[in-house]
Write a protein that binds this ligand. Structure first.
Ligand code: NAD
Length: 470
C-alpha cells in the first residue's frame, strides 16, 4: 500500500491500483502512487459540492485566518515538502530550486489570505442603490503541470478557497506526490471537502473539465492541452483560467555592459533547468556585441554545477522526465542540422537519470525549432539582430506572449522598449521574477485570465449586481 493517499471529503481513500513515480536524478522508482479513476473524480466533485454551501458562508475573516494556518503548516513542513519536490521533480535544494518553491508557497498563501475584494457602490442616492458584489464561482477543478508542482497548486487552490470556493485538484502524473502531501496537510486545518485531490492522466483531467458538478477550471500547462480543456469546459459554459506555454524573448540593447547582468540573465534562462513557463527561451543580441555576449554568457554558464538536486553543491538538476529530455535532444539536433553552432553543452553524457548539460546555441535563426517552439530545457539559442525595432518585431512575431525582457544600461530607456513587447509581463534587466501582488498571465495563445492579487481573486467569483429602488 502506498504511503501517499488521495484525500477526498477530508479522508484518505482506499484505492486499488497504483502507478510508479520515478526519481529523475537516477530513473529509479521513488514511490508508488494511488491511481485515480473517473469514479474517484466523481466522488471528489461530490465532496466539494457538499462542502460548498457551508464554506462559502464562513465569514471572510475566518477564511483568511484558516489560510494563515495553512501557511504556518506548510512552513512547519518546509523541509519535508522541499525534499519531496527534489526527489520527484528534480530541482535542486540549493539556489532557486525546491526550497525557493516551498518558500514561495508560504509567501503566496500569506499574501493571498490577506486580500479582500471590496464591494463596489455604483449609486447610492434618493432614487436607489446599486452595489456590485462578488460571489464564489462554486466548485473549482484545478489541473496542474510537473514543473513547479506545489507552487502552482498553491496558486490555484489558495485564491479559490480564500473567496469561498471548494476545490478538486488533479496534479500531473509525473509529480503527484508533493500535491498529495500538500492536500493532506491542508485537510488538517480546513473543513472536510474544501480541498480534495485525485490523481490520473488526461482522461481524469478531461472528465473534470467537462463535469457538470464543476463550475470553473483553472489550468496551468501546455497550449495544446489548454485548447482541449477550453473545449471540454464549453459543454457546460464553465469559467476558465488558463496559464499556458510561452516562448519568452529577451533583447540585449546595443552597447549593454553585459558583465553585471550575466547572473540574472543566466537564471532568467536556466531556472529549474529551463522548465519554467516564463523563462527566457530566445535571446536577441545586437550584431555589434554578439560574439562578446555569446562568449561571456557561455563562460558564465560553464561554471554552474549541474547534478543531483539533493547534493547541496548542485544548482541545476536533471530534466523532470524522459519525455522532456527527448524533446530537448530533438531541438538541439534540429538546430545543429540547420547550421547552429553549439558553443556549450549539447552532448548528453551516458549516465543514469534525465540530465542534460547547460547548452548555449550560437548562430541561431528564427527558422530553428528551438527558437520557434517552446523548448522547455536548459538550452538557450542566441540570435543576432541589426536594429532594436527589428528585434522587437521578431520577438513579437510568435503566437505566444507570456513574458519578455529588455536588457540595457539605462533601465528607463529599456522599459520604453519593454512596453512594446506583446506579453503579460515585461521585465527589464531581469526575467521571470514574480510578485504575489503583480497580476500574472499571458496574452495571445499563452492564456486566458490572470493570477495573483485582487484581479486573481476575482477569477474565482461571479458578479452580482444588487439594484435597489428607494
Ligand atoms: P500538459 O499540458 O502536458 O499537462 C498539464 C496537466 O494537464 C497534467 O496534469 C495533465 O495530466 C493534464 N492533462 C493532459 N491532457 C489533458 C486533457 N486532455 N484534459 C485535461 N487535462 C489534461 O503540461 P506539462 O507538460 O505538465 O507542463 C508543461 C507546460 O506547462 C509548458 O507548456 C509550460 O509552459 C506550461 N506552464 C505554464 C505556466 C503558466 O503559468 N503560464 C506555468 C507552468 C507551466
Amino acid at each position: 500500500m502506498s504511503a501517499y493517499v488521495l484525500t477526498i471529503d477530508g479522508k484518505a481513500q482506499k484505492v486499488a491500483d497504483t502507478f510508479d513515480v520515478l526519481n529523475p536524478a537516477d530513473g529509479s522508482v521513488l514511490a508508488s502512487c494511488p491511481q485515480g479513476t473517473l469514479a474517484l473524480a466523481d466522488a471528489a466533485v461530490a465532496s466539494a459540492r457538499r462542502a460548498l454551501p457551508r464554506w462559502s458562508a464562513v465569514p471572510d475573516a475566518e477564511r483568511a485566518a484558516k489560510l494563515m494556518e495553512v501557511a504556518a503548516l506548510i512552513e512547519r513542513h518546509h523541509a519535508e515538502l522541499s525534499e519531496l519536490v527534489t526527489r520527484e521533480q528534480g530541482k535542486t535544494q540549493s539556489g532557486p530550486g525546491a526550497n525557493y518553491e516551498i518558500g514561495g508557497c508560504v509567501a503566496w498563501t500569506r499574501v493571498t489570505a490577506g486580500l479582500t475584494i471590496p464591494e463596489e457602490t455604483i449609486q447610492n442616492d434618493e432614487k436607489g442603490s446599486i452595489v456590485v458584489q462578488r460571489k464564489p464561482v462554486g466548485v473549482v477543478a484545478s489541473i496542474t503541470p510537473w514543473n513547479w508542482p506545489v507552487l502552482i497548486a498553491i496558486w490555484h487552490i489558495v485564491p479559490a478557497v480564500r473567496v469561498g470556493c471548494t476545490v478538486v485538484i488533479k496534479p500531473s502524473p509525473f509529480t503527484p506526490l508533493s500535491t498529495l502531501r500538500l492536500v493532506q496537510l491542508m485537510n488538517e486545518v480546513l473543513p472536510p471537502g474544501v480541498v480534495n485531490v485525485v490523481t490520473g492522466a488526461a482522461e481524469v483531467g478531461t472528465h473534470l473539465a467537462s463535469h457538470p458538478g464543476v463550475d470553473k477550471v483553472v489550468f496551468t500547462g501546455s497550449i495544446a492541452t489548454g485548447k482541449k480543456i477550453m473545449a471540454s469546459a464549453s459543454q457546460t459554459v464553465k469559467r476558465v483560467t488558463l496559464e499556458l506555454g510561452g516562448n519568452d524573448a529577451g533583447i540585449v540593447l546595443p552597447g549593454t555592459d553585459i558583465g553585471p547582468l550575466l547572473e540574472k540573465l543566466f537564471w532568467g534562462c536556466y531556472i529549474n533547468a529551463g522548465q519554467t513557463c516564463a523563462s527566457l527561451k530566445r535571446l536577441y543580441v545586437h550584431e555589434s556585441q554578439y560574439d562578446e555576449v555569446v562568449k561571456r554568457f557561455a563562460e558564465f554558464a560553464a561554471a554552474v554545477p549541474v547534478g543531483n538536486g539533493l547534493d547541496p553543491k548542485s544548482l541545476i538538476g536533471p530534466l523532470s522526465n524522459r519525455m522532456q529530455l527527448d524533446k530537448v535532444i530533438d531541438y538541439v539536433a534540429d538546430a545543429r542540422a540547420r547550421g547552429a553552432k553549439v558553443v556549450l553543452g549539447g552532448e548528453r553524457k551516458e549516465e543514469p537519470g534525465y540530465f542534460y548539460p547547460l547548452t548555449v546555441i550560437a548562430e541561431a535563426t528564427d527558422e530553428m525549432r528551438v527558437v520557434r517552439e517552446e523548448q522547455f530545457g536548459p538550452v538557450i539559442p542566441i540570435i543576432r539582430y541589426r536594429s532594436v525595432d527589428e528585434a522587437l518585431q521578431r520577438a513579437n512575431s510568435l503566437e505566444v506572449g507570456l513574458g519578455g525582457s529588455v536588457w540595457g544600461n539605462d533601465p528607463k530607456e529599456a522599459a520604453q522598449y519593454a512596453r512594446r513587447l506583446e506579453c503579460g509581463t515585461a521585465w527589464v534587466n531581469q526575467h521571470g521574477s514574480l510578485h504575489p501582488l503583480a497580476p500574472f498571465g499571458g496574452v495571445k495563445n499563452s492564456g486566458v485570465g490572470v493570477q495573483f492579487n485582487v484581479d486573481g481573486l476575482k477569477e474565482y467569483t461571479t458578479i452580482q449586481v444588487v439594484n435597489v429602488a428607494h
